[in-house]
Design a protein around this ligand. Structure first.
Ligand SMILES: NC(=O)CC[C@H](N)C(=O)O
Length: 364
């Protein structure tokens, strides 16, 4: 069945529909990863977004039971050049078409994704819709202009109630703003005794759990739409070691008095070079963000810039100069993408260990 992709600037692409037949509106973004479509689809940070993948052949190794980053994908729709109908991989359990049908997510294939990406790069991220060809595109453009995209994505994807993911090691409270499973997996792999809390948990509720460390997860949308989290971070900062990833990094920056801004089209891909300013080392990182911490807003705060993006010089890492806390804009949990930055979880746990030892020493 033919479908159309309509952009708010009036551009129309006609393609072949796959997945669900529902009509969807969203913000259109592109990801340049050559693999990892399953992790991208199930990353809750894409909530409300239509994702186009620049790699032309998608679905060729199928969908498997192991690589999900959430139970239910929150992405609005998927745009590809070619959706493989006959995947080939020993782990594959179903096609991308059957998975998207099952999850109620529309897909469109046969699209010139290179042209589409050039439009997004020139114009910046735009609103878009996927619908049947029976709909008049001019009507959709009008609707898109009048549509204000939702700003409650974190609430949509965060857990509604706390749950444990037990381990025998240090207790880490993960605040779930739309947590990728990879973060929990990395902490559980290091024996952490994890408790996952909803996005609006207060500082008191978190401190009552007697955590050794607090992890601020990734998540969708604009960090300024989550003021309750900014207040919570202010309440725990300096009391318990903190580690933040992506949205967690942006919220931490806001809590410390810095500012965030929306980027023209963001960073989404699996090969973004990031430089550690202390060691000079460069890591190839997995990224998915449309907002960034404003580098002109750091002076006057207690923050120090620890990492920068080599493609555009934007901030990729921050550390607090007085409290045990650091954050990164990229994804050390990878999934998908390179694992160069996985050591940051060890660095966090070393910080946790040190704080505990100091506290025990002070008590003795
Ligand atoms: N992956 C994330 O946590 C994304 C953070 C934020 N929603 C952004 O787009 O910048």
């Amino acid at each position: 069945m033919k479908k159309q992709l309509v952009l708010e600037d009036g551009t129309v692409f006609i393609g072949e529909g796959f997945g669900s037949d529902t009509q969807k509106f969203g913000e259109i973004v592109f990801n340049t990863g050559m693999t990892g479509y399953q992790e991208i689809l199930s990353d809750p940070s894409y909530c409300g977004q239509i994702v186009t993948l620049t790699y032309p052949l998608i679905g060729n190794y199928g969908i498997n039971p192991d690589d999900f980053e959430s139970i239910s994908p929150a992405v609005s729709a998927l745009v590809v050049r070619e959706a493989a109908e006959f995947p080939s991989n020993w782990r594959s359990g179903q096609t991308i078409d059957s998975y998207l049908k099952m999850k109620g997510i529309p897909g469109i294939s046969g699209i010139d994704t290179r042209k589409l990406t050039k439009i997004i790069r020139t114009h910046g991220t735009l609103k878009a819709a996927i619908c049947g060809v029976d709909v008049n595109p001019a009507e959709i453009v009008e609707k898109l202009a009048a549509t204000k995209l939702r700003n409650d994505q974190v609430k949509q994807v965060s857990t509604k109630s706390p749950y444990p993911s037990p381990g025998r090691g240090r207790r880490v409270v993960i605040v779930d703003f739309g947590m990728k499973h990879g973060i929990l997996r990395e902490l559980n792999d290091r024996n952490c005794d994890c408790i996952v809390m909803p996005y609006n948990a207060t500082a008191e509720e978190i401190l009552r759990l007697d955590p050794d460390g607090i992890m601020l997860s990734n998540g969708p949308g604009d960090p300024k739409d989550v003021p309750e989290a900014i207040e919570m971070i202010r309440g725990v900062l300096g009391k318990v070691p903190l580690f933040g990833i992506c949205l967690g990094h942006q919220l931490f920056a806001l809590a410390c008095g810095a500012d965030t801004t929306k980027m023209k089209f963001g960073h989404r891909g699996s090969n973004h070079p990031v430089k550690d300013l202390k060691t000079g080392k460069v890591a190839i990182t997995s990224q998915n963000h449309g907002y960034t911490v404003d580098s002109t807003s750091i002076s006057g705060t207690d923050l120090e810039i620890t990492h920068i993006a080599l493609n555009d010089g934007s901030i990729e890492g921050l550390a607090h100069q007085k409290a045990a806390a650091f954050t990164v804009q990229y994804h050390p949990e990878a999934s998908p993408g390179p694992e160069d930055a996985g050591g940051l979880f060890d660095q966090f746990l070393e910080m946790v260990e040190l704080q505990r030892e100091e506290a025990e020493y002070a008590k003795a």
